[in-house]
Ligand binder design. Structure first.
Ligand SMILES: O=P(O)(O)OC[C@H]1O[C@H](OP(=O)(O)OP(=O)(O)O)[C@H](O)[C@@H]1O
Ligand SMILES: Nc1ncnc2[nH]cnc12
Length: 231
């Protein structure tokens, strides 16, 4: 309960005071925790993790990249600051250590930055979910809609065994289309998707998906996916 409440706190705090520079908050961990796990707003303010401010400050927002109208959240400044980078990884490791996670699935490309570090720290295997035509073996594929285009994720057949507990990691959730595709892909392979963890949650995603409540079961993801692409 302690760990889950802590993570709720992070999201609730972020949703409460979105930053004007375009990213609303960091260390968004999306879960299928029951609504009753969410703390009150007052409690959230009291226990927010002090590392989050440094993480938030290290993310640069670039207007109109890669196209007009997109406020691009650039994590590369954070990567240049080892202490802040470590804080970001540690927050996830603290949450997922001891949760019986068998595999961390990282989404190309930016999920490959955080995913392996988390996997090593919690003693899980790492599974790359790759863009098309990158994996040499037999793959299963899932297509999805992005904030700026469409894409596809692929995973090697055999990377995951039925019933294995998986954490999906990416840097950012915008529409939720990418995470939804990752969940579908892993579930088709028989995985038990425990949670999805992202460093950044864009404000519009929070608003349209009620992410502050952290009701993030994979069934719900299918609904989010549909509504988000029309947002
Ligand atoms: O919630 P969504 O609307 O699906 O968007 C989020 C995804 O978009 C970005 O990746 P992108 O597809 O730009 O690929 P990249 O990491 O290779 O730049 C980001 O790293 C997420 O994977
Ligand atoms: N606004 C954004 N910034 C960075 N990566 C993204 N992927 C989708 N939307 C994005």
């Amino acid at each position: 309960m302690g760990e889950e409440a802590n993570c709720n706190v992070v999201l609730m705090e972020a949703a409460k005071s979105p930053k004007e520079n375009g990213h609303s908050g960091v260390a968004a961990a999306v879960t299928d925790a029951p609504a009753s796990a969410a703390p009150t707003a007052a409690k959230a303010v009291a226990v927010v993790d002090p590392r989050l401010q440094g993480i938030s400050d290290a993310i640069r927002v670039v207007p109109h990249f890669p196209k007009q109208g997109i406020m691009f959240n650039d994590i590369t400044p954070l990567l240049l600051r080892p202490g802040v980078f470590k804080d970001a990884v540690d927050i996830f490791v603290e949450r997922y250590r001891g949760m019986g996670i068998d595999a961390v699935a990282g989404i190309e490309a930016r999920g490959f930055i955080f995913g392996p570090a988390i996997a090593l720290a919690i003693g899980a295997k790492f599974i790359p979910l790759r863009k098309p035509k990158k994996l040499p073996g037999e793959v299963i594929s899932e297509t999805y809609v992005l904030e700026y285009g469409t894409d596809c994720l692929q995973m090697h057949v055999g990377a995951i065994e039925a019933g294995e507990r998986v954490l999906i990691v990416d840097d950012l959730v915008a529409t939720g289309g990418t995470l939804s595709a990752a969940i579908r892909l892993l579930e088709r392979a028989g995985a038990d998707v425990v949670e999805c963890a992202c460093l950044i949650g864009l404000p519009k995603f929070k608003e349209c998906a009620c992410l502050h409540s952290l009701l993030f079961a994979s069934e719900r993801w299918k609904d989010i996916d549909k509504s988000a692409v029309h947002y």
